[in-house]
Design a protein around this ligand. Structure first.
Ligand SMILES: Cc1cc2nc3c(=O)[nH]c(=O)nc-3n(C[C@H](O)[C@H](O)[C@H](O)COP(=O)(O)OP(=O)(O)OC[C@H]3O[C@@H](n4cnc5c(N)ncnc54)[C@H](O)[C@@H]3O)c2cc1C
Length: 440
């Protein structure tokens, strides 16, 4: 016997929970399957200011304020230029949202999922979607299994894939492509006794460049921190020590972070995420939509993942509702949704692909950046990438100065470019992706 519903959402991360909340609030019959049980570990802990209004719209902001530490800025550290710079979001074009939050994702995701439930969505934890039967012009049947091994099924008018890096529907339908321009992996864990700033800067994320990629420290409200490194695949293949030692060795490539980690002790296992960046060819088809990481994943150097996931859920909910209402606006809604998702990914990707170039560092952390450009860059860092503020010309000017710096110092930049390409030439790492391999 199948359970009937309007929408079956696969995945209870930020994307799935947000979309389920928005549609359940409007009275639609929403069922959500989550293969794990919340709270559960997840990476992706640094949020962007422009997500805050979305959290408010979802009705969870007061709860996130309780679990999160305020993040007023991002500190970029370059030991090559022996410098660091803090980018304060309050100086962005949109000054109305000067901070975001750093959150532990087990707590954050649980708040979002319970919120969806309180708004009327039916949540099924410990239930893994296994296969979807699509029937043209009719409801789809979603087959799943619970933790006891029992088979379950749902008959849904619309299916939303929000399964994150598991990319559930791509696994069934094919069409997922590795990003040919950027590929890397990550290892990370939680630590205590990491040195941090006090006062307003306490919640800032720290990001440091190193020879094989970049590293991060994200402080949490309870005094602990998330620490991780993102590197090219060839560097991971050179590993001949245990993962935790490798994480420490890689952190030590950035003297400032090494100093902050001197007293640090691990309080979680070390996790890995392999073969990072991908995109599915199409984010929608008859009777389904993909949102968040289920559609695309880009390197998290700008902490963009949750923001992109929430934004795609917001617009995705409008698409699904237009479908359920058989609205004449459905095609337009879908076009707007797809254009917005592409715009967000594209805007961040230009900067991500050049992040490790010396030319990028020299323009990005310049001592006296022209105010006009600085505002544009800060707006990008704040997640203001969906056309709310006029960022086009400041970012265009940034790109102009980047190319100028590249040409001026072309030998060093060419060498960095070669290093990056060599690092990504073979995408196989000896890492296992914790998200995909995580058992229920
Ligand atoms: C190393 C690393 C660092 C990152 N750092 C940041 C950061 O600082 N800031 C940031 O914003 N983002 C960051 N991200 C990205 C962020 O983690 C994701 O973009 C974000 O979690 C996407 O949300 P989502 O809802 O699409 O997917 P997820 O949060 O992954 O949620 C998907 C859910 O679907 C469930 N699921 C999967 N398959 C099934 C199935 N078959 N049936 C039922 N349930 C299923 C999973 O258990 C999971 O709960 C980082 C990512 C990585 C890998």
């Amino acid at each position: 016997m199948s359970i009937n519903c309007d929408v079956l959402v696969i995945g209870g991360g930020p994307a799935g929970s947000a979309l389920a909340t928005l549609l359940a609030e409007k009275g639609w019959n929403i069922h959500l399957l989550e293969k794990t049980s919340h709270p559960r570990f997840h990476i992706g802990e640094s949020l962007l200011p422009q997500s805050v209004p979305i959290l408010q719209q979802l009705g969870v902001l007061h709860e996130i304020e309780k679990i999160g530490i305020k993040k007023y800025g991002a500190e970029l550290i370059s030991h090559y230029e022996k410098t660091s710079q803090v980018f304060y979001f309050g100086r962005a074009i949109d000054e109305s949202q000067p901070y975001a939050f750093e959150v532990k994702r087990d707590e954050f995701d649980a708040v979002l999922l319970r919120n969806a439930e309180s708004k009327g969505a039916h949540i099924h934890e410990g239930v893994r979607a296994q296969h979807v039967e699509f029937h043209s012009g009719m409801s789809s049947v979603v087959h799943a299994q619970n933790q006891a091994g029992a088979s379950l099924s749902w008959e849904a008018k619309f299916v939303v894939d929000a399964s994150g890096r598991d990319t559930f529907l791509s696994g069934q339908l094919g069409g997922k492509r590795r990003n040919p321009q950027h590929n890397s992996g990550a290892i990370f864990g939680h630590f205590k006794d990491v040195t941090r700033y006090t006062g307003k800067d306490e919640g800032n994320i720290a990001v440091a460049w190193h020879d094989h990629g970049w590293s991060w420290i994200i402080p949490f409200k309870d005094g602990t921190s998330s620490v991780g490194v993102v590197c090219w695949p060839d560097y991971f293949r050179s590993r001949n020590v245990p993962l935790d030692q490798f994480l420490q060795d890689t952190i030590n490539l950035s003297p400032t972070l090494a100093e902050r980690m001197r007293q640090a002790r691990p309080i979680s296992p070390v996790y890995a995420a392999a073969n990072f960046s991908y995109q599915q060819q199409a984010m929608s088809g008859e009777g389904y939509l993909m949102i968040g990481d289920a559609f695309s994943f880009i390197d998290p150097m700008f902490s963009s993942g949750v923001h992109l996931a929430l934004n795609s859920a917001l617009l995705g909910a409008e698409v699904v509702e237009a479908h359920l209402q058989e609205s004449p606006d459905y095609a337009k809604c879908l076009r707007d949704f797809e254009a917005s998702v592409e715009r967000g990914l594209k805007t961040f990707s230009w900067f991500i692909h050049r992040f490790t170039q010396p030319a990028f560092r020299s323009v990005f952390i310049s001592d006296h950046p022209p105010r006009f450009i600085e505002k544009g860059v800060l707006s990008l860092l704040a997640g203001d990438v969906f056309g709310k503020s006029p960022t086009f010309f400041p970012l265009l000017l940034f790109k102009f100065f980047y190319y100028l710096a590249y040409v001026t110092n072309w030998r060093e930049n060419q060498a960095a470019s070669r290093r990056r390409k060599q690092g990504m030439a073979n995408t196989a790492t000896n890492l296992k992706d914790y998200a995909v391999n995580q058992e229920t």
